[in-house]
Design a protein around this ligand. Structure first.
Ligand SMILES: C[S@@+](CC[C@H](N)C(=O)[O-])C[C@H]1O[C@@H](n2cnc3c(N)ncnc32)[C@H](O)[C@@H]1O
Length: 233
């Protein structure tokens, strides 16, 4: 999801300080800049890693969506499940702004958002801290040489295996059959258990599906949606 650059977003996000915890502080560009993370960044990281229950001011299961897009999914899930703490991660600040708007509009207190790159997940979550990861319609990166950027690539799975709690799961949906097949191979290669696999979610008996923006768009064009749940044995 690419949006035209909106110079006003940085300022506008100031109004959402209670929801958006990281704006551009820990984005990949900054982190990749070098080993010197800087004092401010280190502090932000230390405030979060292993401290998410304190940030939400309650102990509750922690569900994280990777690549929220404009936030239709996370805002509806958080509304349906007030008993869960949700975190939305999105690398584009201009996109995350729309998520913050939805969370504020619905007056949800169980969501926090980060402009952040999923590759650096281990910087902000302690081992076993997350109960569920949602990966919805992640970028397919069709060129073979870009395969490592897919959020279901084994290098990402290694990171998820660290931050997920015992019994934690990944819920994965995509319209892209080639990406789905690739992902199933990656899960198998890593010895992960894949449950409830469907190649046509909307015709399956899976209840309680919350649609994302991409899902609405592609299923509206007749594309079948693939879905599965992944467990780490
Ligand atoms: C194809 S869109 C899907 C958005 C939404 N999940 C949906 O289903 O409508 C993928 C989103 O993931 C974000 N994204 C891609 N790679 C990311 C990464 N490494 N870290 C965080 N966000 C990422 C993109 O900016 C984009 O908004």
């Amino acid at each position: 999801m690419r949006l035209r650059k909106k110079p006003w977003v940085s300022g506008a996000l100031e109004e959402y300080n209670d929801i958006v915890l990281i704006k551009d502080l820990l984005c990949a560009k900054t982190l990749d800049a070098g080993a010197n993370l800087g004092e401010e960044m280190q502090k932000a990281r230390d405030r979060m890693k292993g401290h998410w229950h304190e940030i939400f001011d309650r102990t509750a299961p922690l569900h994280v969506e990777l690549g929220t897009g404009k936030g239709k999914f996370i805002s509806e899930m958080a509304q349906r499940h007030p008993e869960i703490n949700f975190i939305g991660i999105e690398s584009q600040q201009d996109v995350l702004y729309y998520v913050a708007e939805k969370i504020r509009e619905k007056e949800l207190t169980n969501v926090r958002l980060l402009v952040f790159d999923v590759s650096h997940l281990l910087e902000i979550f302690a081992p076993g801290e997350i109960d569920r990861l949602y990966i919805n319609f992640c970028d397919p990166w069709p060129k073979v040489r870009h395969g490592k950027r897919r959020l279901t690539h084994r290098t990402f799975l290694d990171k998820y295996s660290i931050v997920l709690a015992d019994g934690g799961k990944i819920f994965f949906k995509t319209d892209n059959r080639a990406l789905f097949d690739f992902s199933l191979e990656q899960f198998a290669e890593k010895g992960l258990v894949t449950d409830k696999v469907t190649f046509d979610l909307h015709k399956s008996d899976f209840a309680d599906n919350v649609m994302t923006e991409y899902e609405t768009k592609f299923s509206g064009m007749g594309t079948k949606i693939n879905r599965c749940e992944i467990r780490f044995p």
